[in-house]
Design a protein around this ligand. Structure first.
Ligand code: C6P
Length: 428
């Protein structure tokens, strides 16, 4: 089935860097998501909380169910047919992730629980020999997942965390980032590709070049980027790249860490246990080769298989098409949000992805979220696990609408209508 329509696409005004025009048949795409047919408070569901977690297409749901009903067994261990079949499917996903990220080898793809665990793995293992005086550079727009693991590492080792600031519009101040890299003590730069609180798309290739020019490896938090734009880790030349399955149309409970082979080989294991060893005696253990060295214990087999199907699904649509459609939605939303008096958008970077965060004078974001929910519109309200971003703008929280490929212009209109209702209720 083609998910591309024959009708002419809508013109796209360049608010962002999307270059393609969408020809997607969104109605057909929506039909693949059973949950989108349900109602909430007797209203059609308008799901705009995709940056938190995206809904799943039937192909992914079916693949997980087929695994459990048809061939499930533990992997890498059994000599029986089911184990072999499960191992093939699990390792098949590793190859799909490799291709999706354009990594050089499947040995560079490690399965974890989520992006958070991927970052913790690097902090714990790559950071294990950090010393007092060493520095880790992050940006001011990080998710807590790319702050707290480094703080824990600094507490453990005496290293110091340095933070590159961003502007009022939500753009990184590249000169400040570069200045921090110049100390001669930086052991790692870790930064977000797309900010979950602002939508900013960071210039990660340039940031990587600047770090590498000083011999500093980089980790990119790609939790918000892989569902929205094509990522090529070899073109970026990053050393580590982390993302979560549940934000890329796959199941929750699975994450990915890409790491350059030479670095991963030199790093100590993250956790010890089964499947990560080659020989164990009471005196000494020899570890398995990559990637198994970093995958101790029985992994989340069925959900890893589900992730593979999600990546197939997304790749068939095409990330250029996804980006074009989502950018059109972002423009449609931004244009109308700007017409609402008292509404302030946090994050107006030139290069911005598919979310918009805002406050409305006189209404707490949680009240906005609750009223919108009664209208069937699901958004997120809160600090979005990015409290330093809230501190930057001097607000406790924002409301955030975030888009996926299945969202429509009509759903944006429903969001806007519901926001006008909030104003009416609060007499703003
Ligand atoms: N952001 C949001 O609503 P996990 O929880 O490990 O799958 O992803 C963590 C994470 C890391 N980095 C970024 C940029 C993120 O956006 C997230 C998750 C969700 O914005 C849940 S807090």
């Amino acid at each position: 089935m083609s998910l591309h329509s024959a009708t002419a696409p809508l013109p796209l005004t360049p608010l962002t860097s999307a270059t393609t025009r969408s020809t997607l048949d969104i109605a057909r795409i929506r039909a693949e998501f059973p949950i989108l047919r349900r109602k909430v408070h007797d209203k059609p569901l308008v799901y705009l909380d995709n940056a938190a977690s995206v809904q799943k297409p039937k192909a992914v749901i079916d693949a997980i169910s087929e695994c459990y009903t048809g061939y499930y067994a533990n992997i890498h261990r059994g000599v029986h047919l089911l184990s072999e079949r499960s191992t093939l499917a699990y390792e098949g996903t590793r190859e799909k992730v490799r291709a999706f990220l354009n990594a050089a080898s499947t040995q560079e793809i490690i399965f974890t629980r989520n992006a958070t665990e991927s970052i913790n793995l690097v902090a714990s293992s790559f950071g294990s020999d950090f010393k007092p005086g060493d520095e880790v550079v992050i940006t001011g727009m990080e998710h807590h997942s790319n702050i707290v693991p480094w703080q824990l590492l600094c507490q453990r080792t005496g290293a110091t965390l340095k933070v590159a600031p961003f502007t009022e519009t939500g753009e990184l101040i590249l000169e400040e980032y570069e200045r921090l890299l110049d100390s001669g003590r930086v052991k790692l730069a870790a930064f977000v590709h797309i900010s979950n609180a602002l939508g900013t798309v960071n210039p990660v290739k340039r940031m990587t070049e600047l770090a590498h020019a000083r011999g500093i490896p980089v980790l990119i938090d790609g939790a918000q980027s892989v569902p929205h734009l094509a990522v090529d880790v070899q073109a970026l030349d990053c050393d580590f790249y982390a993302f979560s399955s549940h934000k890329v149309y796959g199941p929750s409970g699975v994450g990915v860490l890409y790491g350059k082979k030479a670095l991963l080989q030199a790093m100590p294991p993250y956790q010890g246990g089964g499947d990560m060893i080659s020989v164990v005696t009471f005196e000494k253990t020899e570890y398995a080769d990559l990637p198994n060295k970093f995958e101790a214990g029985t992994p989340n087999i069925a959900d890893v298989i589900g992730l593979g199907v999600a990546l197939d699904w997304l790749t068939a649509i095409g990330l250029d098409q996804v980006a074009a459609h989502e950018h059109a939605l972002l423009e449609h939303a931004t244009r109308q949000l700007r017409e609402i008096p008292g509404l302030r958008i946090m994050g107006t970077a030139r290069d911005k992805a598919a979310l918009v965060a805002f406050t409305l004078q006189g209404a707490h974001p949680h009240d906005i979220g609750t009223i919108l929910d009664r209208e069937g519109v699901a958004i997120r309200a809160g600090h979005h696990c990015a409290q330093p971003v809230m501190q930057h703008y001097g607000v406790p929280a924002t409301a955030r609408a975030s888009f996926a490929v299945y969202n429509t212009h009509d759903e944006i209109d429903a969001l806007i209508k519901a926001l006008w209702k909030v104003k009416e209720m609060f007499e703003l």
